[in-house]
Write a protein that binds this ligand. Structure first.
Ligand code: SAM
Length: 292
């Protein structure tokens, strides 16, 4: 089972998944019972979860499927748009997404922005997107966004899939509370459009050579919807550690760098394997440490 990617260039190539390209994707799989059902079809599957706890739990529980289950930790909106190859999935499932019910949080709901286009790109021709929720308003707004511009048409939600999708942890929870469950299946139409990708992913740097150990006390840069801030600086046995926060579109990351002073002054990214480096991050690191 591959969790996350290491040094591969993004977006990943189909070959990342080995002989069998995955047919199914589940967004926000929680305890992973529906993902387990998908694996019973003897196909490969991808699951995306923002909760690290769920990733750990499901990777242990579904370890027998190590050859054909691929779990990604992070925000599905970023991972589908920038990490996964295009046009690979036959079916994508979104079961009981957290709908941000409060009016002031509406903008954060998953269907906002370019999400319909992102799902469209991830699906094969005639691929389908399945949604199940206890929130009728959430579903009708999602449907409106997906049918707009003719990207998708409403389609049949097969009974066997629906039966299983109505048995997830959250399905059971809401049914016990007497809530009604709503579902929708959308089929991809033929369409031409442009999907803007504003995040520019770069290679992963191994280290930077610094000219001095000086750095500013505060640092915060904001441009449109991008942010980069210095959060903390602390000393360790190996040198000074810098903690930054970076956000672009749906990619939020906490970054750590170690400044070592030996013969040269060297800056090394920590947890490099888990970090997505972008032009925005590189530009801010260069400005902060006056690298150029
Ligand atoms: C209400 S739970 C439903 C879990 C499961 N699908 C079920 O039906 O039992 C919503 C899940 O979606 C995950 N989630 C929410 N937003 C996400 C996002 N943007 N990307 C990936 N996972 C997300 C949460 O961590 C949580 O596990």
């Amino acid at each position: 089972m591959k969790i996350f990617w290491q040094d591969e260039r993004l977006p990943l190539k189909k070959e990342f998944f080995g002989k069998r390209t995955p047919s199914f994707l589940e967004i926000g799989f929680g305890k992973g019972h529906f993902l387990e059902y998908l694996l019973s079809f003897n196909e490969s599957a991808v699951g995306i979860e923002v909760s690290k706890e769920m990733i750990e739990l499901v990777s242990k529980r579904l370890s027998p499927y190590t050859e054909r289950l691929f779990l990604f930790h992070g925000d599905a909106r970023f991972i589908i748009k920038y990490v996964l190859p295009e046009m690979i999935f036959e079916k994508i499932f979104l079961l009981f997404p957290f709908p941000w019910p409060k009016e002031r949080h509406k903008k954060r709901r998953i269907y906002e922005g370019d999400f319909p286009k992102v799902i469209w790109k991830a699906l094969k021709e005639e691929g389908k997107f399945y949604v199940v929720t206890d929130e009728e308003e959430f579903l009708s707004e999602l449907k409106e966004r997906f049918l707009k511009d003719g990207l998708f048409s409403e389609s049949e939600f097969e009974e066997d899939l629906k039966e299983k999708a109505y048995q997830t942890k959250y399905a059971k929870k809401w049914k016990e509370k007497g809530k009604e469950i709503f579902s929708l299946c959308l089929k991809k139409n033929q369409k031409e459009f442009f999907l803007e990708k504003r995040i520019k992913i770069t290679g992963k740097p191994d280290h930077f050579l610094l000219k001095s150990t000086e750095f500013p006390e505060d640092y915060m840069r904001k441009e449109e919807d991008r942010v980069f801030t210095l959060k903390q600086v602390f000393s360790s046995e190996s040198g000074m550690i810098f903690k930054f926060f970076s956000k672009e579109e749906d990619l939020s990351q906490t970054l750590f760098f170690l400044m070592e002073k030996k013969r040269n002054i060297i800056l090394r990214p920590l947890f490099r394997e888990k970090t997505v480096f972008t032009e925005w991050i590189m530009q801010n690191i260069e400005d902060f440490f006056r690298i150029k």
